[in-house]
Structure formats: C-alpha cells, structure tokens
Design a protein around this ligand. Structure first.
Ligand code: BES
Ligand code: MN
Ligand code: ZN
Length: 514
C-alpha cells in the first residue's frame, strides 16, 4: 500500500472510493456535506431512508453517487460527535479499511484526518491512520503451500484534507505519515518473527535476522556465542540453554544516530532496549501443561519488538543512540537441563537458586541487563513476555510497566497513550523483595503466587542498579489467542513513540501541547 497526503475538495476527487464520515444521528461531516451538495442531497436522502445512522462501527458503500468523479462513496459511522476520541477514531479507520478490502477498489481517498479528535492534531491522525491501515493489510501466509486469495486489492491510499495550509501543516503531516509507516514496518517485522514456527525461528535464526538488519541499515551487529557467554560468566542465561540442542545467542545491535561522525567520547549515552528472546518455552523440567503450549513460540516477542523498534528508528533516521540487546535461547527439558534446586552464578556475581525452571525469562534477562552496563546507558528498558500473572492482572489491553524511576515511568506512560499502545504501572516497592529470599543462594528465581508480575520485576531490579531502568511485561499484549491467533507487533508503537519523544526533547509529534 502506498500512501500520500493531499489537500483538495471531496467532490473533485477522481478515485475508486471516497471515504467520508457521518456522526450519529445522521450528521454529515464537512466532507460528506460537500459530496451531498454536489449530489443534490443524495446522501441525506439515503440517511433519511434509515440506511445509515452514523453509529460507530457502521459503514455503507454507495455506488454511482450523482455528479461525483469517484466510483464509490464509503460512508463511515463515527458515533456521537461529543464522544469522538482516540479510540473511536482508530475504530473508524479500522472499519474503513475492513470495508475497503471487501470492495474491489484499488485506490481510496480518505477525508477522515480532518475530523476533530480531542487533544489530537492532524499529524496524530495521519500517523494513526497509516498504522491502522497497515495492520488491516497484514497477512502471514509464508508457511502455507498455497497462498490464500485474501490479499487486499487496495494499493493507493490518499489522506485528504479540505482546507490544509500548504506550509507547516502539510510538512507535519508528511513527517507524521513517514513515522506512522516506519512504526507499521517495525510492527510487521515483529509480527512476522513472532508468528514464525518455533522450529524455524530459533536463536540462530534470530541472530541471522539481526545480522541482516544490520547489513541493510549499516548498523553494528555482534553475536555472542555460548563460549563467549561462558567467559563473561553468564551462568543464569546458560542455565536456561542447557536443556536445548539449539545454541543460545546474545545479539547486540548498535545504532549511533546522534553525533554522527563524532569521536566516541562525544557520543551521547545510549538508550538500551533488552528483549526476552525465548524462541520456545516448554517450562523446562518444570514442564508446562500441554494446552496452548504452541503459543510459547511467542515467548520471543520482546526480542522481536526490539528488532522492530530499531528498524523503525533507523527508517526515520532519528538522531538518537540506541542499542538492542537480545538474549535468546529455547527453554527445554533434557538430560542436561537445569533442575529445580540448582544454584547458578549470574554475570553480576549474585547467585540464584532456580526453584522453577519455567521462570526462565528473568534468568536470561538478568545477564543481559548486567551486560548492558558496558554501554553506560542513559536508560535501559527491558521488554518481556515474562509472567502469566500479568495477563491475569491487566488482560490483553495494557502492558505492565514497572520502574523505580518516576520520571521515566511517566515518560513511558505518556508515549503509550500517544501511541495508543497502552501500558499501566504496577508498584515495585521494597516490601515485595522479601518474597525472593532463598535459604541457599542470594535469591530464588520465584516469589510465590502472590504478585507474580511484581516479584519478577523485583528480581530484575537487582541487576539494574547502575542506570535508569524500566520493565515492560508484554505477556498479555504481544499476541492474540484463539481464532485471531497472531502476534500484535506491540509494544513497537510505544517504544518508538518514546524514542521519537527523546529525539525531539520537546512536544512529540501529533499532539497539541497540553
Ligand atoms: N513465558 C512465560 C510467561 C507467560 C505465560 C506468558 C503464559 C504468557 C502466557 C514465563 O516464562 C513463565 O513461564 N512464567 C511463569 C513464572 C512462574 C513460574 C513464577 C508463569 O507466569 O507462570
Ligand atoms: Mn517460562
Ligand atoms: Zn517464558
């Protein structure tokens, strides 16, 4: 799908389909009015006949509307004007593309980005439209022998506005479009990696993909092998890898977009993203039950989101320094596998009693977090499908956010709202640390059933004392189960929005200052 931005009047557009909004009850938007006027009241006539109320989620395709230059007019219901919000805007765009894909239209011109959304400017609407449109066109058919004929016909999408000023607003919209498309590309990459079968998407495969990304975008890639990790003393990560035939890897990608060409000393401190890359989590010796175990191929979605975010950042050419670190392994039972009760020494020197081999994410992350220290990071954010408890607490709506740093937490929550990629903060108080006490090592790797998401983050916090740090638990948000099973590409939008904010160090795009 190709996107462009344009200023023009709806009645003058030559297009396979013009899209205009209708509020409930039967209230035309400006663009719909313009079409109705040239069509001598044809649209209002249809509304009067009771075919379209303007309810949110509704849509009506009209053919041969008199005096227009387009084959179709698509009326999209926007719901009540006073209730029109971020969510209803995105829902309307989703309905638009779902309906467009059901028609044979190969191009469409949308007059939606000019409809007022509270506290959001055109740039926000443009980038969200691009993201939702790309989501609607996503298919994963690489593993089918015959490609199903469900590919959208739509190739060209024009985001049109009636009265756009050619100067600042157009430039801001163009930039927002590029940002939206970069985020969508990053999400698509994250989805593809997540959806791939776990016999294909192994740690070695992830390392190859990262190297490919580095080659394409001229980034530095370093892949640490098991023998390198042994030298570094990564006893926790290696304990998880023991049961698997697939060798573990530690992938590092470096993007130095700030201070291009300057000496290393002058480089600004980087943001480091650490992504959990368990390409399949059986639980190990603490074996998981069989039901839905296939979904544990998604246990590398944190890693995928790091690769997706880096891709988006590179495409936008953001002037920031960004490092991605991905500890990746399978978690398998086997003759050589780690047993409950085993005690290992992490890279930080702290010892861990592994009481449950299914709490493996924190074990690979703690060594990656210790490794991150060498980049003298400004901020470290880890992203992990870490706990089933997070799904119970927040469902599939919000990712869990835990951080001892108020300012960083606020910054991330802000980015998540803007990106429509929700996160919700959980506490990380010291009282919870007690649950990790072990009689035999510095700590256990589990803290009991109570507050599972928090105690997992408490565990990680013990390895992050040298920098500002936040943890995102994406166990409930990185993929969907059931009939719609598939990776979501989250939290690429949140992370990318956060980094766009960092690049600007002023009001992020798409938002009127509060
Ligand atoms: N990858 C899982 C977490 C998970 C489970 C994500 C289900 C999404 C759906 C993680 O490695 C895990 O197994 N966590 C355990 C921790 C427990 C043993 C303390 C869990 O949540 O049950
Ligand atoms: Mn597990
Ligand atoms: Zn896991």
């Amino acid at each position: 799908m190709k996107f462009s931005i344009k200023s023009g009047n709806p009645e003058k557009q030559r297009s396979a389909c013009i899209v205009v909004g209708v509020f409930e009850p039967r209230k035309l938007t400006k663009a719909a009015e313009a079409i109705d006027r040239i069509a001598d009241g044809y649209i209002k006539g249809i509304l009067r006949s009771g075919d379209m109320e303007g309810k949110a989620g509704s849509a009506l395709v009209l053919h041969g509307v008199p005096n227009t230059l387009c084959e179709r007019v698509l009326l999209v219901g926007l719901g009540k004007e006073q209730e029109f919000s971020d969510k209803t805007y995105r829902d309307a765009v989703r309905t638009t593309f779902k309906t467009l894909h059901e028609t044979g239209a190969t191009d469409a011109t949308l007059f939606l980005t000019e409809v007022d959304v509270k506290n959001r400017d055109t740039a926000w609407k443009v980038s969200q439209t691009a993201i939702v449109a790309m989501e609607s066109a996503y298919r994963f058919d690489r593993l089918k022998s015959k490609v199903e004929d469900n590919k959208p016909h739509l190739r060209k999408v024009t985001l049109a506005t009636m009265n756009m000023s050619p100067g600042a607003e157009l430039t801001a919209s163009e930039e927002a479009l590029q940002q939206g498309l970069a985020i969508a590309d990053g999400m698509n990459l994250a989805k593809d990696l997540g959806n791939l079968a776990p016999n294909i998407c192994t740690p070695t495969y992830l390392a190859e993909q990262a190297s490919d990304i580095a080659r394409t975008h001229k980034l530095k890639a370093t892949i640490l092998e098991q023998k390198d990790m042994e030298k570094l003393g990564m006893g926790a990560l290696l304990a998880v890898a023991r049961g698997s035939r697939q060798p573990a890897k530690l992938i590092v990608l470096e993007y130095w977009g700030q201070a291009k060409g300057e000496k290393k000393e002058k480089k600004g401190k980087p943001v480091v993203l650490v992504g959990k890359g368990v390409t399949f989590d059986t639980g190990g010796i603490s074996l998981k039950p069989a039901a839905e175990m296939d979904e544990m191929k998604y246990d590398m979605c944190g890693a995928a989101s790091v690769l997706g975010t880096i891709t988006a950042v590179v495409k936008m050419g953001l002037p920031i320094n960004l490092i991605g670190i991905i500890p990746t392994t399978e978690n398998m039972p086997g003759g050589n596998a780690t047993k409950p009760g085993d005690v290992v020494t992490s890279m930080s020197g702290q010892t861990i009693e592994i009481l449950n081999t299914d709490a493996e994410g924190r074990l690979i992350l703690c060594d990656a977090l210790a490794y991150a220290e060498r980049y003298e990071p400004e901020t470290v954010i880890d992203i992990a499908t870490l706990t089933g408890a997070c799904v119970i607490a927040l469902g599939h709506v919000a990712s869990g956010l835990l951080s001892p740093d108020e300012e960083l937490a606020e910054e991330l929550l802000d980015a998540s709202t803007r990106a429509a990629d929700r996160a919700w903060r959980l506490p990380l108080w010291d009282e919870y640390q007690e649950q990790l006490k072990s009689n035999f090592a510095d700590m256990g790797n589990i803290g009991g059933r109570a507050a599972g998401t928090i105690t997992a983050a408490c565990f990680l916090s013990r390895f992050t004392k040298k920098y500002r740090w936040a943890h995102l638990d994406v166990a409930g948000t990185a993929w969907k189960s059931g009939k719609e099973k598939g990776a979501t590409g989250r939290p690429v939008p949140l992370l990318t929005q956060f980094l766009i904010g960092r690049a600007r160090k002023k009001t992020p795009p798409g938002n009127k200052p509060a």
